[in-house]
Design a protein around this ligand. Sequence first.
Ligand SMILES: NC(=O)C1=CN([C@@H]2O[C@H](COP(=O)(O)OP(=O)(O)OC[C@H]3O[C@@H](n4cnc5c(N)ncnc54)[C@H](OP(=O)(O)O)[C@@H]3O)[C@@H](O)[C@H]2O)C=CC1
Ligand SMILES: O=C(CO)COP(=O)(O)O
Length: 336
Amino acid sequence: MTKVAVLGAGSWGTALANTMAKNNVVVNIWSHRVDQVDEINQRHQNDHYLPGATLSEKLLAVADMQVAVADADVVLMVVPTKAIRSVGSQLAEVLQNLDQQVILAHATKGLEQGTHLRISQMIEEVVPSENYSSLAVISGPSHAEDVIKGDLTAVSIGGTDEAATAVLQKTLASENFRPYTNHDLLGSELGGALKNIIALGSGMLVGLGYGVNAQAALLTRGLVEMRSVGQKMGAKPETFLGLAGIGDLIVTGMSPNSRNYRAGFAMGHGQSLNQVQEEMGMVIEGVNTVKAVYEYQQTHQLDLPITTALYQVLYEEAQIEDQIKLLMTRPLKAED
Ligand SMILES: NC(=O)C1=CN([C@@H]2O[C@H](COP(=O)(O)OP(=O)(O)OC[C@H]3O[C@@H](n4cnc5c(N)ncnc54)[C@H](OP(=O)(O)O)[C@@H]3O)[C@@H](O)[C@H]2O)C=CC1
Ligand SMILES: O=C(CO)COP(=O)(O)O
């Protein structure tokens, strides 16, 4: 029987772990907080991250990473981007101690500030290659709040090792949850990271009272920016037309379950970024990703007007309405 260790017990780690546990996969979810381990094991709940949800009794939470990872076939990292290096380093030590090789996957959607590295590249820097047979990403349109309720969901699993992505696919698949596989790890990671930027903007538009015309314009022109960053970094353009691209852009840019959309919405209503971050109590990945992509565009001859406008609002105290006006009055051009 396949054993999976899920590292990170926030909303998405818990929802994925629960999906696999319901499939009779042996799942250990690692949390660095003992109170949360007790809550999951004794009450089958994770109330801060998934209020009201009852988790599978088969899901076992563990506070010791070595116990969670021992004998696992798959390790799935689901912590925010800023925690990938520290959790990855702990995992490296554990795998070295256990002298173990695993299929290593993640479901994190971000880019590192400063280096502009994708999650799998950060993992490669901290986990010795002898300890994993391959790397894969779970991406695509999937809010934890909907998955935990059993709403119909399709995701894409990106990775070049077909045997490994097939193992992941099997652990997750059910009548309600349909994972596809693809070979574009890079594009699948980027789609998931970049759509968060556009979702922030979409929330801002709605928060300010603009309608669906405005949202459709932003999401479509946002997809053009996602694709051009993707092409520059080496992704396959067609990945941006799949679940990890437009699929995730639609769900994150339209759903009030999205943390990024909600953050944008609150800012459209006049709240400051600090206030929004304090009140969310969960990671808003787009905030850091905007900065990483803005920095990347400076050195890579890219024209990313929406990303630039959002960077100005989030980091330079620009007014959202002024940035919208700038975007709408740029020199007229052909659609590309
Ligand atoms: N939520 C969703 O619907 C989806 C999220 N994602 C992506 O998944 C990733 C995780 O998001 P999500 O689950 O929403 O995040 P949450 O904010 O809900 O949870 C983050 C979890 O990571 C833990 N964590 C943070 N830092 C560390 C650390 N240094 N060591 C150990 N654990 C740590 C947190 O612990 P603590 O409670 O102590 O802070 C918490 O359990 C993000 O990249 C997100 O974009 C992708 C698809 C869907
Ligand atoms: O990636 C997600 C849905 O596919 C989650 O997006 P948020 O982090 O904005 O909630």
